[in-house]
Ligand binder design. Structure first.
Ligand code: PLP
Length: 427
């Protein structure tokens, strides 16, 4: 059977929930769930549409597809039409269906989000990993990519799909325009499909702009997005994809229709009708997205700054809500403490400091890079009440430093524990 392992992100979340339920005080940085409340207008619209109980088109209702096309045409500065848009039960279902629909193996960076390789396993595709170098700010090096591609060809494989993810999980950086242009040119020469996971495209931090590779390679780029991150609606399971124009897109849509029709039929009615509003460009909702994004940015940059001052360095966060530090420079001292892999490092932090993280190896990274992925999204927003309090506090106190110091006790506790851990390493 092609059974991938259970998703490490969901596993750590369930583990932390069980530890919380048993009374343990765990600081949760293991799960990338955006925690802001459901926007009240969306909540009302969802209630009003609860009577929508019929099966709907697998591709999505036409009004929704058209609305999404307009929304992303505006956000990305490109021209899409509704016939290019498909919707799914979270973007995971769309990634699965698109990989299944394209004949070929996968080129995947290390590190990259946990689910790409498990979806590849499900679809029986081989994965060829190319390294992103921390010293090159985790940007793609075309020579490295090309040599992994050549090796795959020489070993008889058929690499045809390259997955990109910007803003990135786990690194929290953004692809530069130069990087996108050079990857587009390389992919065009090799006739490779790009699956461009842009689910964090609206969660970019001050001064950083999201660009899509579809600007440079529209012929074979499929863009993925959804409501999970910028509107904190992960549990609503709504994703969308935009396929290329013309025959290429049509055949992907045909294949998607039969996969969706065979497995999940359609995205639930109340969600589809509410998603129309979410993508309508409604002023209140767009302002809410900007506020939540701003808060993610303040929190993530604050923690990044504090960790850097402890000499725990990591790439500057540019989007999403992740920090990806490496403890490699302490590898000898950690070795003396019995910690030689990033899994052991993550376990040590959980067992000795009650801090939940994910090891870089969950993202395909080499274990001896001693990287951890820290998600800032749960800190001080563990419950719905706390999440609402953070939102309220920001509306009264938007000086970032005071906002953090006055309203983030668990973040302070986390930083205090990290200080102690680093002192222990340096002992
Ligand atoms: C890079 C990336 N893509 C996709 C997803 C999943 O999105 P969805 O909730 O739309 O399935 C996540 C969730 O963590 C993610 O980090």
């Amino acid at each position: 059977m092609n059974s991938p392992k259970a998703s490490p992100t969901l596993v750590i979340n369930e583990k932390v929930n069980a530890m919380w339920a048993s009374g343990q005080d765990i600081i949760h940085l293991g799960f990338g769930e955006s925690r802001f409340p459901v926007h009240s207008v969306l909540a009302c619209t969802f209630q009003e549409n609860s009577m929508q109980r019929s099966y709907l088109p697998s591709l999505g209702i036409p009004e929704l597809r058209e609305t999404i096309a307009n929304y992303y045409s505006d956000k990305l500065g490109l021209t899409f039409d509704g016939s290019q848009v498909i919707v799914g039960v979270g973007s995971k279902s769309l990634l699965y269906a698109m990989i299944q629909s394209i004949d070929g193996d996968l080129l995947l960076s290390k590190p990259s989000w946990v689910s790409y390789s498990s979806i590849a396993t499900l679809t029986g595709r081989s994965v060829h990993r190319f390294e992103l170098d921390a010293d090159q700010d985790y940007q793609i090096n075309i020579q490295t990519l090309d040599s992994v591609y050549q090796e795959a060809i020489e070993s008889g494989r058929n690499p045809k799909i390259l997955i990109l993810n910007s803003p990135s999980n786990p690194v929290g950086n953004i692809s530069s325009e130069e990087e996108l242009k050079s990857v587009a040119q390389w992919a065009k020469e090799k006739d490779i499909y790009i699956l461009s996971d842009e689910i964090y495209s609206l969660v970019t931090h001050d001064g950083f702009t999201h660009h899509t590779i579809a600007e440079y390679y529209p012929e074979k780029t499929i863009i993925f997005g959804g409501l999970s991150k910028h509107l904190s609606l992960g549990g609503w399971r709504f994703g969308m994809a935009i396929v290329p124009k013309g025959d290429e897109g049509k055949s992907l849509i045909q294949s998607f229709q039969s996969i969706a029709g065979s497995i999940w039929s359609c995205v639930p009615g109340p969600i589809q009708y509410t998603a129309i509003l979410a993508y309508s460009g409604n002023r209140n909702i767009d302002d809410y997205i900007k506020t939540c994004t701003k808060i993610h940015g303040i929190r993530t940059h604050y923690i990044h700054g504090k960790l850097s001052s402890m000499e725990l360095t990591s790439p500057k966060p540019r989007g999403a809500f992740y920090i990806y530090p490496s403890f490699k420079k302490w590898s000898i001292k950690l070795g003396e403490m019995g910690i030689t892999t990033c899994e052991e490092l993550s376990t040590y932090l959980l067992d000795h400091y009650s801090i939940a993280t994910l090891p870089g190896s969950a993202f395909g990274d080499d274990t001896n890079n001693l990287c951890l992925r820290l998600s800032t999204s749960f800190l001080d927003m563990e419950t719905d009440d706390q999440a609402q309090k953070i939102l309220d506090a920001y509306s009264e106190e938007n000086d970032p430093k005071l906002f953090m110091e006055k309203h983030h006790p668990r973040t302070s506790l986390f930083l205090e524990k990290m200080r102690k851990f680093i002192a222990e390493i340096n002992e």
